[in-house]
Design a protein around this ligand. Sequence first.
Ligand SMILES: [Zn+2]
Ligand SMILES: [Zn+2]
Length: 456
Amino acid sequence: MLIPSSDDLWFLPLGGTGEIGMNLNLYGHDGKWLMIDCGISFDEPLVPSYRNGGENVKALHSVVAPDPTFIADQKEHLVGIVITHAHEDHIGALPYLWERFKCPVYTTPFTAEVLRRKLSRSKNANKVPIVEVQGGSIQTLGPFTLQWLEITHSIPEPYAIRIDTPVGSVLHTADWKIDAQPVTGKPFDHSAFRRLASEDILALIGDSTNANKPGFSLSERNCFDGLLNTIKPINGRVVVTCFASNVARLISLAKVAQKTGRYLGLFGRSLLNMYAIAKYRNLWPDDLTIVEPGHLGYLPPEEVMMVVTGSQGEPRAALARMAADTHHQVELTKGDVVIYSSIVIPGNETAVNKVNRALAAKGVSVLHSEQSPLPIHASGHPCEEELKLMYQWVQPEIAIPVHGEKAHLTAHAEIAKACGVKKHYVGQNGDLYRLAPQPSIRRQQVSTGRIPIQQN
Ligand SMILES: [Zn+2]
Ligand SMILES: [Zn+2]
């Protein structure tokens, strides 16, 4: 069994490195482990689509989690689980895997509320000790001292974690971008990261999702402007689909509705859930009202805006039901406009196209963010110039690209190299990154894999 000594500082990813999705990261020092994030992913189709004629897309994708056997077998050495933010690829596996760890979970109030609601639908309701932490706070978990650093991303309350041990300090960025106008939460503040330059950060472990994209990511504010100017000239009903967890986008859409004289209704369980959490956590502006979906049917088209789930073509989500005429409240007709304020995640094209064909057959026009002349979607991950700035601020000795497939990790490592970071390790799940005493990477020290989980 791998056990780190008091001279060692190790990083060991069980999920999310060499792939996008199901993040599960471990840090090891002095006989103890710390877990950062515990997410899910959607597996490759189980049944090739030709076998059922391309229909029944819902059965094709299964939900998977990282195989946690390595750490579950020594859970007595696990000092805690930290959740950096509430995206499914960081939090989604916890309700299913927690029983195998049985240790406290540390996260911020918004993420804690998302987690409590997930747990309430699982067999672990009320069993998981959740410790709520505030931004900037410092905790000691076994031999690790953690500092929560506010950052910006595409969901409320995202955090980077600084981890200090007697043999070295690391910055685990988690998912981030530089957003000067994030619509909800504070603007990105580089001062905390700049300070790290003088504090000998041994390694930066960070997001690679958009490392192969030049420039900077767009701000949520750009997106608001783009949506406003896209929707203003439309006369028909407007239906917008986006990622439910992007509360800033929902607020932007509610503001657009207000400015264009439309009543806004939300359709789909995950949207209503996120809206309720945002209200409960005081993230939702009081002057932005939502109407009951049933009331929209009586209004003229130019006064209606609907935000719906289903941006990835999910067959049971609101948009697919509306497209298939099986939604119990809404029937879309010619003149209505569907706007995708989102991207199509690779692998979901077939499902999205199927929905779009049904919409086109009804005379409903469709606008995708990829084809829009105005920005109507913003990614939550750093592009090349943002990564460069982060490396210039933090100046770590070692760069460890995570949260990406091999091409993303390699692009990230190249950026770190160009910024003067001497050591950079491109690896994958199961590799042991030895940060101290002597930096090195040992390939495939732990067996990893994916396990199916049953979502309810
Ligand atoms: Zn992520
Ligand atoms: Zn994320």
